[in-house]
Ligand binder design. Structure first.
Ligand code: FAD
Length: 340
């Protein structure tokens, strides 16, 4: 994804608060683009507790993290936001005309009048495999399975002990020569998934090894084998075409700290009238911000997003009087929501 997109609003983070920010901006007639490092929306709700129930969303007595995300995505549909996944917002630079030039890790560029940082605890990114020389073989290292066909017929080394790693190892075993490697013979994955993996190993359809990657062996400019140290310190070479690294996902605050915004213990300082950061035009909502009395709760983030959208309307439509309107009775809002 490349190119330059001009927009009135850009939201960093498609967690619950970023999604509701899109809704509130829509009510203000402001269309938004959204960027997230994950391949899907939902932030912590999906990444950390997709199947667990939440009980304190007003009017929804119970919903899992994934269900809440689905409802929020449904709610923003009338405003058809453009969602840009799999990329980290890396650069933010104020332009002479007051807009912000924003760039992502995939080279997507935006020129936006307003910026909403709904970055939660930071960009969720896969934990990297740390071993000397790995950068050289980037084309043979994967962090998720986009297309299982790419692994077919190859020697695949899967690293990890959580559900995604065991699931991928078992799935790929149907078409590839799979070895699952973990530093001990114990897993954080669901016991049923561990049992399924052990069954495939017993049938000789995949291998499981206890050990750690300590080195790489090259042949003809390509990664040919991975050196694995067993618990007794003996090292063996495992023929490998692809390393599938599934060591978990961790959040990284990353570049946000470099955008010249006032921070307090890694949180962005905001006012409580508009949830503006120290740079006018840049708002911060949800878990990423801090102010006296801040509580890291989804419903607090929803309130913050509402007031931030009013703040943005004053910037996007200078001189225009902005009235509070009810979704129940406003014909203008009905038109925007497509419910008239
Ligand atoms: P997040 O959900 O963290 O989403 C931020 C998104 O921004 C992420 O997807 C991240 O990948 C993305 N991002 C960050 N930086 C970048 C970047 N530079 N570029 C691209 N993308 C970026 N709250 C409640 O109200 N009720 C509950 O019952 C509840 N239960 C919880 C249970 C658990 C186990 C946990 C961990 C939290 C719980 N919370 C609960 C807290 C709630 O999940 C958070 O308050 C909420 O997720 C914050 O939403 P957010 O949109 O601000 O951030």
């Amino acid at each position: 994804e490349q190119g330059l997109t001009e927009t009135d609003a850009l939201v960093v983070g498609a967690g619950p608060v970023g999604l509701f920010q899109v809704f509130q901006l829509g009510l203000q007639e402001i269309r938004a683009h959204v960027v997230d490092s994950l391949p899907y929306a939902g932030g912590q709700c999906v990444e950390l507790y997709g199947d667990k129930p939440i009980y304190d969303i007003p009017g929804i007595s119970v919903a899992t993290g994934r269900e809440l995300t689905e409802r929020l995505l449904q709610q923003v549909e009338p405003f058809s936001p453009t969602l840009h996944f799999n990329q980290v917002v890396s650069e933010v630079e104020r332009q002479a005309d007051g807009r912000f030039r924003v760039a992502t890790s995939q080279g997507t560029q935006f020129l936006t009048k307003t910026l909403f940082i709904a970055a939660g605890v930071g960009a969720f990114q896969p934990r990297m495999l740390k071993v000397d020389g790995i950068e050289k073989f980037a084309s043979q290292v994967a962090y998720r399975v986009e297309d299982p066909a790419q692994f077919a017929g190859r020697d695949v080394l899967v690293l990890g002990d959580e559900d995604p790693a065991l699931q991928a190892a078992c799935d790929l075993a149907a078409t590839a020569r799979v070895t699952l490697l973990h530093r001990r013979d114990g897993f954080r994955a669901d016991p049923s998934r561990v049992a399924a993996m052990r069954e495939l190993v017993a049938q000789g359809r995949m291998q499981f090894k206890v050990g750690q990657v300590t080195g790489l062996r090259e042949a003809g400019g390509r990664l040919a084998a991975v050196e694995v140290a067993a618990p007794d310190a003996t090292v063996s070479a495992l023929p490998t075409d692809v390393v599938l690294v599934m060591l978990g996902i961790s959040p990284k605050l990353g570049p946000i700290a470099d955008w010249g915004l006032d921070l307090e213990r890694k949180q962005l300082k905001v006012d409580t009238e508009q949830f503006s950061t120290s740079v006018p035009g840049i708002f911060a909502v949800g878990d990423i911000n801090t102010y006296p009395g801040k509580k890291k709760l989804i419903l607090c983030g929803f309130h913050e997003a509402t007031l931030a959208a009013f703040g943005a309307a004053a910037i996007v439509f200078p001189g225009k009087e902005i009235h509070l309107q009810y979704t129940t009775t406003s014909t203008k809002l009905h038109r925007l929501l497509g419910v008239s």
